[in-house]
Design a protein around this ligand. Sequence first.
Ligand code: ADP
Ligand code: NI
Length: 221
Amino acid sequence: MDLVTRTANYVQEQFYGEGSGHDWWHIHRVYETSMQIMAHEDAKSIKEDIVALAALLHDIADWKFNGGDDEAGPRAAADWLESQNADARIIEDVCTIIRELSFKGAGVQTPMSSMEGKIVQDADRLDAIGAVGIARAFAYGGYKKRELFDPNVLPVLHQTAEHYKAQRSTTVNHFYEKLLLLRDRMNTETGKKLAEQRHLFMLSFLNRFFEESHETNSKHA
Ligand code: ADP
Ligand code: NI
């Protein structure tokens, strides 16, 4: 069995039963979308094994550790890859991507230093938007016991540290804080194209949501 297959099996085992939006099928989609983006970009210089391993391991620390430790992800990935006797070069490239991906300073855009990282970041962000992104947002909101929507809690268009800490935010607000901003943050041309369709789907979902809630969306736009 090659390293990518062994890693996929390992990750699938680790994520079994995860219910907060970080289940194995999130990893699977990010892997498949990364492969799709890679196939459309100039593939000559892209290292496929690095894209595959980074996609599979990008959330590996989330099941085990919680919060605050930016090194937990790279460390967990390195532990696994070392246990499989992976080349030091592979471990370093994969861990750099996971480190750059897991940096989530509020309002700070995360620059990815490699093409492989840009692809995995696009794939991860694509899984937060569109139909799947909508499902994940409401699943996460339920997990955090957030309300779906409250017309009196106005969405804030751009995320700020203060807003993140605010007591009350609803899942519909999360679209305005983050999900609707992701389209303009895609790195690759393929990512931009895929994001466009998913973005439009979220807008039409929100329009229907406000209509059915007897709200106009003018105050939310
Ligand atoms: P990942 O690292 O897989 O991109 P995150 O850990 O940031 O994702 O979030 C997991 C999922 O939960 C994403 O789909 C994201 O949009 C959603 N999510 C994160 N924060 C919130 C929130 N405050 N309200 C609703 N959904 C959220
Ligand atoms: Ni992810």
